[in-house]
Design a protein around this ligand. Sequence first.
Ligand SMILES: Cc1ncc(COP(=O)(O)O)c(C=O)c1O
Length: 356
Amino acid sequence: MPIHNFNSGPSILPKSVYEEAARAVIEYNNTGLSILEIGHRTNWFIQIIEEARSLVKELMGIGGEYDVLFLHGGATTQFMQVPMNFLDQQARAAYTDHGIWGSKAINEAKVWGEVDVVQSSANSKYDHIDRLEFLSNKHSYLHITTNNTVEGTQVHHLPETNLPIIADMSSDIFSRPFPFSKCSFIYAGAQKNMGAAGVTMVAIRINDLPSISRSIPPIMDYRKHIEANSLLNTPPVFAVYVSLLTLRWIKEQGGLGVMEKRNHEKSELLYNTIDALPVFSTYVAPSSRSQMNAVFFIEDELLQQQFLDECKELGMIGVKGYRTVGGIRVSMYNALPLSSVQEFCSLMKDFARRKG
Ligand SMILES: Cc1ncc(COP(=O)(O)O)c(C=O)c1O
């Protein structure tokens, strides 16, 4: 039975990527060594990480004013490391609050300085994201989450602001063309659109890194990572390699414009199907819907469980909603083929006909 992988992350990767990664585990590039055995200071690995860093820049359309790092600790570590490096004691940062991950980032930032939540949809179950215009001379930066993986909303207009923008793009990185150069700092865990779990990509506009009065442990200090060309300590070699293969795949497929076209086609089909079938409903505002994660419900919980069971029987995995939200969540990252969404929508229609 073919598997349709709708997991929210770690999630589906292009077949060619994991096949090549598997070959490299046996032997990397005729070296007589597994990729798992090569040192991070060998020319082999330096070529891998340098190509990955330069492909990130190429896909983002950013130049030498930025540096790209591959770090440990997941996006969650960035929730702490960002304010540690960008927010002085007594200084204030502006955060938007549109979901569980953004609210975790807010709580971490409060440890390091003062935080003002300048826009929130918490009072309406995080069901929308309004356009934001925010001018300020008292905040060090504005932090946003471009895609809310759990709630199924996505930023469709970058805020208009005079502040440096810091963006958590973990769940929509490289899914669409994006004004990356309007951001001072972008971070993303790799495990959705950019590779395997275990590495976090960070892009920093170097001149926007402020001088901070606190002393920062070297491993948490972006400047130290930049000076060391992202080799301050042993990087997650295999995860960086899988990111390189995924970045190459995105480029070979035609880049971010092609990713967006495919992602739009998939999400449009799914949302049209939800809207057409009364048994399914979503409270996410149409103008805020995510192209990556669609979150919706069947009001009758027993019926919803039956639907989830049928998905499992048909090899459609990862469609149960996040534990705090419930319902159904379908993640449609870059590598998910349109045919998987078509199969899923056929099941929805068939289910609605039988149970509606
Ligand atoms: C938008 C967003 N930010 C942060 C995280 C946390 O990432 P990690 O588990 O890599 O720390 C996730 C995880 O799914 C996410 O979706």
